[in-house]
Design a protein around this ligand. Structure first.
Ligand code: AP5
Ligand code: MG
Length: 211
């Protein structure tokens, strides 16, 4: 199964992706996670991407498309994948179309998680992330069992560099200008899910679409 998860920053793409990918045993491909891993390891991609990420702007298409091509060539993508945070511009969507055509595969589901801006700022400003295993928590909606410690791996939790309120506002603006046009681009293929519900309810709605 091949899935694209669309939606504004903080709508719950990463949270839902983890659950869906476990359920269907497919790899979770998050361009944001790949970029953060590159920044952490100090790679050339990481140093080129960091200033864009810190300001909440998009990393140039050519870097992202190259990363996706490399990721698709890995063995675990043969039986499907879930894309989280890619594509994010029309140019990326067109590059993805070309790549899929060349690989003779297609996307089965495109799901858009819809959440209004005021909920997003509230959610992201309370998000805690694990820089070791990537698990995501929330001080209001998904607390770790032990304060500031990851339930899964025991590492210390932290706030992402781009989760400050002024950066979140810029990310939302960038989303409206550069990513929201994808809803029109994919048009009838898109299935909308109400992301204002609890994490469990959102999962249920997504599973109804995928089953
Ligand atoms: P990326 O990492 O993709 O960030 P994003 O799109 O801004 O999305 P987030 O990860 O912030 O939110 P999410 O939707 O995953 O929500 P989550 O599940 O964590 O990108 C970061 C940066 O990298 C970009 O700004 C850009 O610079 C660059 N980048 C990445 N991809 C790119 C691309 N393709 N092209 C160019 N640049 C790219 O949930 C958020 C919080 O809410 C959590 O605390 C969670 O616990 C909580 N939560 C989740 N669901 C619910 C719910 N239903 N109710 C209550 N709380 C909930
Ligand atoms: Mg995410």
């Amino acid at each position: 199964m091949r899935v694209i998860l669309l939606g504004p920053p903080g709508c719950g793409k990463g949270t839902q992706a983890e659950i869906i990918c476990k359920n269907f045993e497919i790899p979770h491909i998050s361009t944001g996670d790949i970029l953060r891993d590159n920044v952490k390891r100090g790679t050339e991609i990481g140093s080129r991407a960091k200033s864009f990420m810190d300001s909440g702007s998009l990393v140039p298409d050519e870097i992202i498309i190259g990363m996706i091509k490399d990721r698709f060539s890995e063995d675990d993508c043969k039986n499907g994948f879930l894309l989280d945070g890619f594509p994010r511009t029309i140019a990326q969507a067109e590059a993805l179309d070309k790549l899929l055509k060349k690989m003779k595969i297609h996307i089965d589901y495109i799901i858009n998680i819809d959440v209004p801006d005021e909920n997003i700022i509230n959610r992201i400003s309370k998000r805690l992330s694990c820089s070791n295993c990537g698990d995501v928590y929330n001080l209001m909606f998904k607390k770790p069992k032990k304060e500031m410690v990851c339930d899964s791996c025991g590492f210390k939790l932290h706030q992402r560099d781009d989760d400050k309120e002024e950066v979140i506002r810029n990310r939302l603006e960038v989303y409206r200008k550069q990513t929201a046009p994808l809803i029109q681009y994919y048009n009838k293929k898109i299935m909308n899910v109400d992301g204002q519900q609890s994490i469990n309810e959102v999962t249920k709605d997504i599973l109804k679409i995928l089953k």
